[in-house]
Design a protein. Sequence first.
Length: 250
Amino acid sequence: MGVQRGDMEKPLQILTISFDGDMTLWDFRKVMRDSLKHTLTEMQKRIPTPRVLKLTVDEMIEIRDQLAEEVKGEIWSLLEIRRRAFERTLEHVGHPDKDLAAHLDAIYRKHRFEDIELYPDVIPTFDALAPHFKLGLLSNGNTYPERCGLEGRFAFVVFSQDVQVEKPDPKIFQITAERAGCELSQMLHVGDSLKNDVAGAKNVGAPSVWLNRDGLPNDTNIQPDYEIASLTEIPEIIGIRRKNKTCQEK
Ligand SMILES: [Mg+2]
């Protein structure tokens, strides 16, 4: 017979902070678009037909996203999806060529991984939090810490492509808390997506922070516990919650 904690209001103790990656710690959209631009330039040099000269980065993104949708749940490797997207793009412009697709993919990878930059608030925030909290990464993307200057900064990392389940699925949050060695209620999750990060965390009882860098309106019914415009606001949030020592959650 175990002791039941029931519905008693528990003191909130945050032990761990899990961070989303893309658009939270680094500007993935920018590096992805810039990297595609490099491959597009190469493609136009190799195949200067009117169709290829008319091709745009937006079209390439559409082709990739459509492909990702088709293979959802089947192919998890984001690099594999990207490589196939180059093959499909070449088919789309009437020049199927697997070798050229592999060449374009290599150009893409070089820029996508070498040119990625952290937002300027990441390192100062991690420096402030690291002595007090276990920090982790929970990402649906594929930027591993060693590829963006964050090697050794995380106590745990969880990538959807490795565990084959993605945010906002409760399972990936449970896996993350297990790796962090804490309860979900002790894990503060920080991310830019209301659906994937905030609702995902809320559904499993983890407190959440919505990082809204651009001051976007929240036109959903998803309510984060906190909304911030910069990661540097996190130490203050945690400080306040620690001082109050009671759970303010509904
Ligand atoms: Mg994100």
